[in-house]
Design a protein around this ligand. Structure first.
Ligand code: SF4
Length: 504
């Protein structure tokens, strides 16, 4: 593991913007969309930043009028600062809490040279006054909806200060993201997919609970998802939905439509999706090889206080087994520092992860995002330590925990990752089936213990070449497993169920 001081500079510091750059003219009807740099957490895997791209900017690019040209730039791909030749007439920048300062720096740089800068993203929803100072206009809410109007108003020289998009428009009307703009070798897969928006839960710490963000649960037509998955031509897709399992009937329909593709995919789901083990079987038959599950806490009091409707934590282990029984790996997400968490939470959580052989886990320090119920609570109890948004990244303690000192929480968080990424822990969590162990180890060591390599791989666009052979091995293994699952004998999950091993 890297100590902070050993995080390579390009993973810590954004690329320098040239103060002497002096474009001679603005290219009319040319737009540049930027995902700003953010510093990488030395405790987590650097590989997670290049798994799959966010869909925010490629979706906005897709709604750009046909007579405009558009370019995409992600500073986290370590290819230097965003381009300025040709100099864009309009620059759209995503602003999130943790990289707001970098977004504002970019905005200043382009505005000083004659570009019109539009800021959008979640931080613009929660802190519009702060963002407005740095922009010619703000896109608040659904950017895809307002972007064409913004560009038309730029053309007509009648730009307004604020554009508001709501999330009520039928989701199927959103155009397919422009994945062709992405550097394909820079990600494990460019096939980020989104089928649904919103979540049936409303946890007090989640960004979905931000004031002013009214995001009803919306679903796209399953045929659209299948067409996008097919057309991107990659073997592995990642659903970036908040919770693909919110509507079991929809998930079942989606699985049946995906099944003939013979591709593999992963998705975030809440653990209650295991209420129906046959739905998990459908997921496996459709190519699901991994789920990201927000367990958040193993203490029921914490979940209740956060307003999370969830099965009892003492039933989590049985539910994890259901995923494993159908060959689906589990990446658990845990939040540390809730009011009922004492210093024992770190070892308790990691022991539970090891006992239940979660193949992967991510840890997050509880973080009160501005505009959420948790932020209001912490503010009223005077427990916020500061408002340096760059540290509101779930890797730093920004509030006073109830049952331990801030330093204990910070150290405990680092300890959890060190323990999880240790040889001993990786080995303890290996799959029960011996034939699945080698691919698991290869993936684990690449993802969790290769931070020294990631800077090189990312900078030289080697992410895909190194990672995709492992994906193909997994896909082939999964297809063989599916054949067995289709004909599996009756089991404890019912007539069509299975307890056969995926390691074939
Ligand atoms: S279940 Fe997850 S996505 Fe849904 S509101 Fe809670 S934290 Fe957010």
């Amino acid at each position: 593991m890297f100590k902070s001081s050993r995080v390579p500079r390009p993973m810590r510091i954004p690329p320098a913007l040239d103060p002497r750059a002096a474009p001679t003219e603005v290219a009319p009807k040319h737009a540049l969309l930027i995902n700003p740099f953010y510093p990488k957490d030395p405790h987590a895997s650097f590989g997670k930043h290049v798994l799959t791209p966010s869909l925010a900017l490629t979706s906005i690019a897709a709604s750009t009028p046909a007579d405009w040209s558009v370019r995409y730039w992600d500073e986290n791909l370590l290819h230097g600062p965003p381009p300025w030749r040709p100099f864009p007439q309009v620059v759209g920048i995503t602003v999130h809490l943790t990289f707001a300062e970098r977004a504002y720096e970019l905005a200043r740089w382009y505005r000083q040279r004659g570009a019109t800068v539009i800021l959008g993203g979640l931080h613009v929803v929660s802190c519009p006054e702060e963002a407005a100072i740095h922009a010619d206009a703000l896109a608040i809410g659904e950017g895809v909806q307002v972007w064409p109007q913004i560009l038309r108003d730029v053309e007509s020289d009648c730009l307004q200060a604020i554009y508001r998009g709501d999330y009520r428009r039928p989701y199927r009307e959103a155009p397919a993201p422009r994945r062709d703009l992405l550097p394909r070798d820079s990600f494990l897969t460019t096939t980020s997919l989104i089928a649904t928006r919103g979540c049936h839960n409303r946890c007090g710490f989640c960004y979905l609970a931000t004031d002013g963000l009214h995001m009803p649960y919306l679903m796209r037509d399953v045929e659209q998802i299948v067409a996008e998955f097919q057309s991107d031509g990659q073997a592995y897709g990642v659903f970036v939905d908040n919770n693909l399992g919110s509507r079991p009937d929809y998930l079942r329909r989606l699985c049946r439509a995906l099944r003939p593709l013979e591709k593999i995919w992963s998705a975030a789901v809440s653990i209650d999706v295991t209420d129906d083990p046959m739905l998990i079987r459908e997921m496996a038959l459709a190519g699901c090889t991994g789920v990201f599950v927000g367990f958040e806490s193993l203490q029921g009091e914490n979940l209740a206080a956060a307003g999370k409707k969830s099965p009892r934590p003492d039933d989590y282990a049985r539910r994890v087994r259901i995923f494993h029984d159908f060959g689906i790996q589990v990446n658990g997400s845990f939040v540390l520092g809730f009011d009922h968490d004492g210093p024992e939470v770190f070892s308790d959580t990691v022991s539970w992860i090891e006992q239940n052989r979660l193949e992967c886990a991510t840890f997050h320090i509880l973080t009160p995002y501005p505009g959420t119920p948790l932020f209001r609570q912490m503010e009223s109890e005077k427990r916020l330590l500061h408002r340096d948004w760059s540290l509101y990244d779930t890797a730093h303690v920004v509030f006073r925990p109830r049952r331990m000192a801030p330093e204990q929480l910070q150290d405990g968080y680092a300890w959890c990752y060190q323990r999880l990424f240790s040889h001993r822990s990786i080995w303890r969590r290996r799959p029960l089936d011996g034939r699945a162990v080698m691919p698991y180890l290869a993936m684990s060591y690449l993802y969790k213990r290769s931070n020294f390599l990631w800077q090189f791989l990312i900078r030289h666009r080697l992410t895909a070449s190194v990672w995709r052979p492992l994906v193909e091995v997994t896909r082939r293994r999964h297809l063989r497993y599916r054949q067995q699952l289709e004909t599996a004998a009756p089991s404890r999950y019912g007539a069509a169920g299975s307890v056969i091993s995926p390691g074939v």
